[in-house]
Design a protein around this ligand. Structure first.
Ligand SMILES: Cc1ncc(COP(=O)(O)O)c(C=O)c1O
Length: 457
């Protein structure tokens, strides 16, 4: 595994104050009421840790926005970007570029058979947006089905496809997007009591939705292969194969959104590999190069690519296939292979995360369920393990989110940066995290859960 540089952490509170002052004066932040936030100024990062200007170091159990799969400042990746910058910083998408060609070839080789072409974007939202565009043009139909428990990005189409509350303030969205319920055994929308029942009923619900919407109007079904931010919802065995069958029956394009689940997060190159199924389009971003340079894209099946052989694809981006971004993807994929990063994810997941989270769930009354795979895990926190009442309500904010905020503060005080969403904490560290670091983080999480336990009963 990687030898990350041992951090030289120096306190520099004055510099931190300058960074904060300029941030507060001039930076307009995502998803925030600007006057109510106080972003932590960051001084540096290495491997699975980052630190602030006070010299406080955090073990990152969030991989930032679940994207730093290769860890911070991977020396080989940094060097590859420096080399690429010296060679060729930029060239328009209309040219054939060495890094772009190689990145596309490598990604196509890793993708399931028959997905041979890559359209590059700058991130995940543009990937889902363009995948929906391709599906509509390919089928000549306009509707897209998406699940309620999902996030697909913040551009017009992708935020309309999103099922979570981030969509609300962006409505009305683009026409033709219909939401349905995906599988979620712990809080089944179908009153299922087993995984198999959940699978069968969720597929029947999808069939019913298609029937009443009109199969001939539906271009695509977009699904996060494993739902990320909205709960780490691992589909029951058979669900994705069922979706494939339904799509084939009706000529509907299956778009797998693997922006979060792909490139190592689930212990596979693509999460669909876990179930051996093949979508028509796969959206990727985040882990493809860990956000060292912005990059995303869509891997395209042969029939959909063929639609645009003689016909113009009406979409594009000035930075589609940016050479620096593509060079970093090439290097990142090489590092994953050479350093056995997928193997690390599988091993540490099986030997540390899975058994320890199961044991933590047994011992803490506030933990309703531990679930996940790879380095993609959630603890669902509850007020009552019997009724499964969430520790805080859906979309809680302010005082209503108090218990989760207290839990989060306890983690941070002990040097762990947790991922928290609604009533859940996710264990989603960099894929390079060692067993020792994972144990250290889980010890802190375990201790912080005593804060959540106080709200039970
Ligand atoms: C599953 C999924 N799709 C799409 C996106 C949007 O990606 P981006 O923020 O790069 O536009 C995200 C971001 O979190 C995501 O998790």
């Amino acid at each position: 595994m990687t030898a990350f540089t041992e951090p030289q952490i120096q306190r520099d509170p004055a510099r931190g104050a300058d960074v904060s002052r300029d941030d507060r004066a001039h930076v307009f932040h995502s998803w925030s009421a600007q006057g109510l936030i106080n972003p932590l100024p960051i001084a540096g990062a290495s491997g699975s840790h980052f630190w602030d200007f006070e010299g406080k170091r955090y073990l990152d159990f969030s991989s930032q926005l679940v994207n730093v799969n290769i860890g911070y400042q991977h020396p080989r990746l940094v060097a590859a970007i420096q080399e690429a910058a010296a060679r060729q910083c930029t060239i328009a998408p209309s040219f054939a570029d060495e890094s772009r060609s190689e990145a596309a070839r490598l990604i196509a080789e890793l993708a399931p058979g028959g997905l041979d072409k890559v359209f590059f974007t700058n991130g995940g939202a543009e990937a889902t947006e363009n995948a929906m565009r391709m599906a509509r043009l390919h089928t000549g139909r306009h509707k897209v089905l998406a699940t309620y428990r999902s996030y697909h990005g913040a551009t017009a189409g992708s935020i309309t496809a999103t099922g979570d509350p981030r969509r609300w303030a962006n409505e009305p969205g683009v026409p033709g997007i219909v939401h349905f319920w995906g599988p979620y055994p712990y809080r089944s929308a179908f009153h299922a009591t087993t995984e198999q029942e959940e699978c069968e009923r969720a597929l029947q619900h999808l069939r019913d939705t298609i029937m009443v919407e009109g199969p001939s109007t539906i271009a695509a079904i977009i699904l996060e292969t494993v739902v990320g931010t909205n709960g780490i919802l691992v589909p029951p065995d058979g669900y994705l194969a069922g979706v494939r069958e339904i799509c084939d029956e009706h000529g509907i394009v299956w778009i797998a959104d693997e922006v979060m689940a792909g490139f190592g997060r689930c212990g596979e190159w693509f999460a669909v590999d876990h179930w051996g199924v093949t979508p028509d389009l796969i959206c990727f971003a985040k882990g493809v190069n860990s956000g060292y340079v912005p990059l995303g894209g869509v891997v395209i099946s042969q029939p959909i690519a063929a639609t645009f052989e003689e016909r113009v694809f009406p979409g594009g981006l000035t930075y589609s296939g940016h050479p620096l971004a593509c060079a970093s993807a090439v290097a990142s994929i090489g590092i994953f292979k050479d350093e056995g990063i997928l193997e690390n994810v599988r091993k540490v997941s099986d030997t540390v995360i899975a058994p320890r989270l199961a044991e933590i769930a047994e011992r803490h009354p506030s933990v309703g369920e531990a679930r996940g795979l790879g380095f993609f895990w959630a603890l669902e926190l509850v007020r009552d393990p019997e009724t499964r009442e969430p520790l805080v309500p859906y979309n809680a904010s302010g005082a209503a989110a108090g218990p989760m905020n207290e839990f989060m503060a306890a983690c941070k005080a002990d040097g762990l940066w947790p991922f928290v969403h609604f009533n859940r904490t996710h264990v989603v560290p960099p894929c390079t995290t060692t067993a020792e670091e994972m144990n250290e983080g889980l010890d802190i999480l375990d201790a912080a859960l005593t804060v959540a336990d106080r709200f039970v009963g």
